[in-house]
Write a protein that binds this ligand. Structure first.
Ligand code: SF4
Length: 392
C-alpha cells in the first residue's frame, strides 16, 4: 500500500490473483474510504515478497485487511509517520478461525451479487500457496447467509453467486456441520423470491448428497458447475495431492448430468505440472471430452516458492507453454461446440450492462436491443461469434 501522487483523489485498488481477491478489493476500498484514507494506492495480492515490503508504506495481512479498524489505524499511522515496526501488520493466519460474511453488491449492481460463505483451506495441494495466505477453512453460519441473500434480493439482485476458497468444504466447522448442499437448499427454501443461485466452483470429491439432490430438484440452482479438476492423469493427480482420481471425476460428472441433463461444466486444468510426460498431458487433454467440458480455465504450471511441487523435477518452460496452448485450443473447440448447440434454441438471459447478458449456463450473450439490467428475458439465440451467443 502506498500514498498516491499529489492531487490523486480517493483510493485506487490494484488487484492481483483470483476472483476472490477482486471481491475483497472492493471491500477493502470501501473500508479504507470509510476510514478517511485518500490519495492512496492499495495493492491486493496473494503473497508479498521481501522486496515489495521495502517499497510500500504498509503491508496488511489477510486476517486484518477486511476490518474497518485496520484502515482507521493505517490512516493514523500514515498521517503521523510510521515506525519500522508498524510497517508490517500480519497475524498468524493459521490461527484465524472466524470469517466475516462478505457481501459485495457494488460490482454488478442489480444483476448479480457474490456472497463469500467460506474462506481458507484445510487441504495441501502440492502446487498451491493459498492455505498459507488464507489459513484453515472456516464458514459463515447458514442463518447469516440466508439473511444476507434475502437482503440482496430485496435490493434488486437477480442472481446470487456463492463463493469460497474451498466452497465444497462449507460447514465443516459449524455446529451440526451443515453441507454446501444443505446451505443451497436452505437459501432456495427461505428466499423464494431469489431467481437464480449459482455456485462459483466445486471440488468433485466433496459434492454431497444434498448438493446432488438440489441439482436434480431445484430449477433456480443454475445448471453450470465449475470443477477443480487440475489434471486428467492419476499419477499427476497423486503428485498434486488431489483427492480424486480421473475415473471418479468422470463418474461424478456423468451422475450429475443424469440428474440434471442440461448441466454444463467448466474446469480448472494445469498444463506442465512437474514430472508430467507427454502421455500424461494427453490424459488431461482428453478429459475435456471424457467429461464433456464446455469452459476451460487453463493454467500453465509455474512454481510457487515454498510449495512441494516447486522442488519436484520441472517440465521445461517451453514445453509448459506449448501444452497450455494446446489445452487452450482444446478449450476453444469445446466452447465452440457449446455455443453452436445453443443456436436456434431459446435461453433465459439475465441482463447485465452494455447490451450483454448471461444464460443459465453463464454463457455470455450479446443482445441487440436495449433491456434494463437485472431483467431476465426469454431470448431466441440466432448465432454466435466464437466467444458469445448472439440473441435474435
Ligand atoms: S488448490 Fe484448492 S483445495 Fe488445493 S490447497 Fe489450494 S485452495 Fe486448497
Amino acid at each position: 500500500m502506498s500514498a498516491g501522487p499529489a492531487g490523486a483523489p480517493g483510493v485506487e485498488m490494484v488487484s492481483f490473483g483470483c476472483r476472490l481477491n477482486s471481491l475483497e478489493s472492493e471491500q477493502m476500498r470501501r473500508a479504507a474510504l470509510a476510514a478517511g484514507l485518500e490519495r492512496t494506492f492499495i495493492v491486493n495480492s496473494c503473497a508479498v515478497t521481501g522486496e515489495a515490503v521495502r517499497e510500500v508504506d504498509r503491508v496488511i495481512g489477510n486476517g486484518a485487511k477486511g476490518a474497518p479498524e485496520t484502515w482507521a489505524t493505517t490512516r493514523a499511522a500514515l498521517d503521523f509517520g510510521l515506525g519500522a515496526e508498524e510497517k508490517v501488520v500480519v497475524d498468524d493466519i493459521m490461527s484465524v478461525r472466524e470469517t466475516a460474511l462478505h457481501m459485495v453488491d457494488g460490482l454488478d449492481r442489480h444483476t448479480r451479487a457474490f456472497v463469500q460463505v467460506q474462506n481458507g483451506c484445510d487441504h495441501r495441494c502440492t502446487f498451491c500457496i493459498i492455505p498459507f495466505g488464507r489459513g484453515n477453512s472456516r464458514s459463515v453460519a447458514m442463518g447469516e447467509v440466508v439473511a444476507q441473500v434475502r437482503t440482496l434480493v430485496e435490493t434488486g439482485h437477480g442472481e446470487v453467486v456463492l463463493t469460497g476458497v474451498d466452497l465444497t468444504s462449507y460447514g465443516a466447522g459449524l455446529p451440526g456441520a451443515p453441507t454446501l448442499g444443505k446451505l443451497v437448499r436452505a437459501i432456495l427454501k427461505h428466499v423464494p423470491e431469489l431467481k437464480r443461485l449459482r455456485l462459483s466452483s466445486i471440488d468433485t470429491v466433496e459434492a454431497d448428497a444434498d448438493l446432488l439432490r438440489a441439482l436434480a430438484e431445484e430449477e433456480r440452482l443454475m445448471p453450470h458447475l465449475h470443477l477443480s479438476l487440475q489434471s486428467g492423469d492419476d499419477l499427476i493427480l497423486k503428485r498434486m495431492k488431489r483427492r480424486h482420481s480421473r475415473a471418479e471425476a468422470v463418474r461424478l460428472v456423468g451422475e450429475m448430468r443424469r440428474l440434471r441433463p442440461d448441466l454444463v461444466f467448466g474446469a480448472d486444468l494445469i498444463a506442465g505440472f512437474p514430472t508430467e510426460s507427454e502421455a500424461q498431458f494427453r490424459n488431461t487433454l482428453d478429459i475435456v471430452d471424457a467429461c464433456g467440458l464446455s469452459f476451460l480455465h487453463v493454467f500453465p504450471y509455474s512454481p510457487r516458492p515454498g510449495t512441494p511441487a516447486a522442488r519436484m523435477p520441472q517440465v521445461a518452460h517451453e514445453a509448459v507453454k506449448a501444452r497450455a496452448q494446446r489445452l487452450r485450443e482444446k478449450g476453444d473447440m469445446a466452447l465452440h461446440r457449446h455455443l453452436a448447440l445453443a443456436v436456434g434454441g431459446q435461453r433465459s438471459v439475465l441482463m447485465e450492462s452494455g447490451g450483454l447478458g448471461r444464460t443459465e449456463h453463464f454463457t455470455p450473450v450479446r443482445v441487440p436491443h436495449p433491456a434494463p439490467r437485472g431483467t431476465i428475458l426469454p431470448l431466441r439465440i440466432a448465432g454466435h461469434d466464437g466467444a458469445r451467443l448472439i440473441a435474435a
